[in-house]
Write a protein that binds this ligand. Structure first.
Ligand SMILES: Nc1ncnc2c1ncn2[C@@H]1O[C@H](COP(=O)(O)OP(=O)(O)OP(=O)(O)O)[C@@H](O)[C@H]1O
Ligand SMILES: [Mg+2]
Length: 443
C-alpha cells in the first residue's frame, strides 16, 4: 500500500468530521497564503535587482566610453578606494565573457563586508569589464520585504486556522443539532422531539436532511399514537362485551336453578356474545396490520369481485335486494383480492344493516376514464348519515347514536378506509341524492 493511500485511510477513519473539516480548510487557506507570500517575495526581489542591474549596465557603458582602450586593471568605483585585494578574482566564466563565448552576467558579491552586485560584460579587444555597485539598499529592501512577507504568511496561517475552526463549527452546527436530537430520542424513546430549522429561504442540504428527519419523526409519532389509541380503544371496547359474557357464563354455571327456557336464552346470548367478541378481536387484529403484504398483490378483476361479494351479501341478507351494475369490459386494479372483498363486504353489510328491508342496495362499478381511476359506489335507501356524524364514521369504534341499537362495534368503516388507503384508493361517504348513504371508492 502506498504512503498516500495509507494517509487517506487514516484521514477517513480517524477523528471527527469537524476536526477533519477544520484541518482541510486550514491547510487550504494556509497553503494559499504561503504561496502568495512566496510569489510576492520573488517578484519584489527580481524588481529590486532589475533596477540595480539597469544602473550597472549604464555604468559599464559609461566606464567603457570614458576609458576606451585602457590597460587591464581597475578603472573606477569602489575597488579603487577599497584597494585591489577586495576585488574578486577572475573566474573562468569571466574569461569566457572576455573571449566572447559567454553572455554578460550578474553576480552577487561581498566587497569589504558590503553586499554588492557585479556585472561582467565584454569589453573592447577580447577583454572583460566588471562593474560593481553597492547593493546595501537593495539587500535591505529585500530583507525588509521578506520580514513583512513572513509576518503576513504567519498571520495568514493563523487566520486560516481560525477560519477552519469557524467553518467547521458553523458548517456542522446543524449536524450537531441533528445528532443531539437523534440521541435524545434514542435515550427518551419520545418521538415528539423535532430539529430546529432555520428560517425559510436559507435551506441547504443539511436543512433538507433535517426536514426529512422531522417528517420521519412526525410519521413515527403519529404511528405510535395510532397504535396506542388502538390499544386503548380496543381494551375499552372489549370491556362491555366481556362483562356481558361473564354475566351469562355465571348465570349458566347455576343452570340447575334455571328453567329450561331461561337456560336456552342464556346459552343463545352467550353464543352470540362469543361470536361478537371473536369478530371484534379479528377486526382489531386486521386493523393493527398496516401494509398489504406485497407477495399477495395481484391484478384483481373488480367486476368479478363485486359480483362475488354481492352474492355473499345476498345469502347473508336475504331480505335486501342487491342491484349490481358492472361495465362490460374488465376493470382491473392491482390489489389483494381478500382485502378488497373485505372492504366491499363491510360497505354492503352497512348498507343492508342500516336500510329498511325491501329497499334495494345499489352497487355500481365504473371503468377508469381519462384523468381518474375506476370507481366503485355503494348506495342504500336508508336514513343516511347525518352531517354531524359524517366526519366521524371512519373513526375506529365510532357509531352514530341511531346505530347503537344495531349490532356492530364501529370498526367496519375504519377497516374499509385502511384497506382503501393500502390500495392507494380513496374511500368517502356522502349523502345520496334522494336519501340514503353513498360510499365511494376511487382507485
Ligand atoms: N349505510 C349507512 N347508513 C347509515 N349510517 C351508516 C351507514 N354506514 C355506516 N353508518 C354509520 O357509521 C357508523 C360506523 O360504521 P361502521 O361500519 O364503522 O360500524 P358498524 O357498522 O356500526 O359496526 P361494525 O361494522 O364494526 O360491525 C355506523 O355505526 C353508522 O352510524
Ligand atoms: Mg359496519
Amino acid at each position: 500500500m502506498s504512503g498516500g493511500r495509507r494517509l487517506g485511510r487514516v484521514w477517513r477513519r480517524r477523528g471527527p468530521l469537524r476536526t477533519r473539516l477544520a484541518l482541510s480548510v486550514t491547510a487550504a487557506v494556509a497553503l494559499v497564503a504561503v504561496g502568495v507570500c512566496a510569489a510576492a517575495y520573488l517578484v519584489v526581489r527580481s524588481a529590486l535587482y532589475e533596477q540595480l542591474d539597469l544602473s550597472l549596465t549604464q555604468s559599464a557603458r559609461l566606464a567603457a566610453q570614458r576609458n576606451p582602450g585602457s590597460a587591464p586593471g581597475v578603472l573606477a568605483g569602489e575597488c579603487r578606494f577599497l584597494a585591489a585585494p577586495a576585488c574578486p578574482e577572475v573566474v573562468p566564466a569571466a574569461r569566457k565573457v572576455a573571449a566572447g563565448r559567454h553572455a554578460p552576467y550578474y553576480t552577487n558579491i561581498t566587497v569589504a563586508g558590503h553586499p554588492a552586485r557585479m556585472l561582467t560584460t565584454d569589453y573592447a579587444g577580447g577583454r572583460a569589464l566588471q562593474v560593481a555597485l553597492r547593493a546595501d539598499t537593495v539587500r535591505d529592501g529585500i530583507e525588509e520585504a521578506a520580514r513583512w512577507l513572513v509576518l503576513t504568511a504567519a498571520a495568514g496561517v493563523l487566520l486560516a486556522a481560525l477560519l477552519g475552526y469557524w467553518v467547521s463549527r458553523t458548517g456542522l452546527a446543524p449536524v450537531a443539532r441533528l445528532t443531539a436530537t437523534a440521541e435524545r430520542i434514542a435515550a427518551t424513546r419520545d418521538a415528539r422531539h423535532r430539529i430546529e430549522l432555520p428560517p425559510p429561504g436559507r435551506e441547504d442540504e443539511i436543512t433538507r436532511l433535517a426536514t426529512s428527519f422531522n417528517t420521519m419523526l412526525a410519521e413515527l409519532e403519529q404511528s405510535i399514537a395510532a397504535q396506542r389509541r388502538l390499544v386503548a380503544d380496543a381494551s375499552h371496547e372489549l370491556r362491555t362485551p366481556l362483562t356481558a359474557l361473564r354475566t351469562n357464563a355465571e348465570l349458566l354455571a347455576r343452570a340447575d336453578r334455571l328453567t329450561p327456557d331461561q337456560r336456552e336464552r342464556a346459552s343463545a346470548a352467550l353464543g352470540r356474545q362469543l361470536r361478537e367478541v371473536t369478530g371484534l378481536v379479528g377486526d382489531l387484529i386486521e386493523l393493527a396490520r398496516d401494509e398489504e403484504p406485497q407477495p399477495l398483490v395481484e391484478q384483481v378483476r373488480l367486476g368479478t369481485l363485486v359480483e362475488h361479494c354481492a352474492q355473499a351479501a345476498r345469502t347473508h341478507w336475504p331480505a335486501v335486494p342487491f342491484h349490481v351494475r358492472v361495465p362490460a369490459e374488465p376493470v382491473v386494479v392491482p390489489g389483494v383480492p381478500a382485502r378488497l372483498s373485505r372492504l366491499l363486504g363491510n360497505l354492503l353489510d352497512n348498507a343492508a344493516k342500516f336500510s329498511p328491508a325491501g329497499l334495494p342496495v345499489e352497487v355500481d362499478l365504473t371503468a377508469a376514464a381519462p384523468g381518474r381511476g375506476p370507481e366503485l359506489t355503494v348506495r342504500d335507501h336508508g336514513p343516511g348519515i347525518s352531517p354531524q356524524d359524517l366526519p366521524h364514521v371512519f373513526d375506529r369504534f365510532y357509531r352514530a347514536g341511531t346505530a347503537r341499537a344495531l349490532p356492530g362495534s364501529g370498526l367496519g368503516l375504519a377497516m374499509a378506509r385502511q384497506i382503501a388507503r393500502a390500495h392507494a384508493a380513496d374511500l368517502t361517504a356522502e349523502p345520496a341524492p334522494g336519501g340514503g348513504a353513498l360510499f365511494r371508492v376511487t382507485f
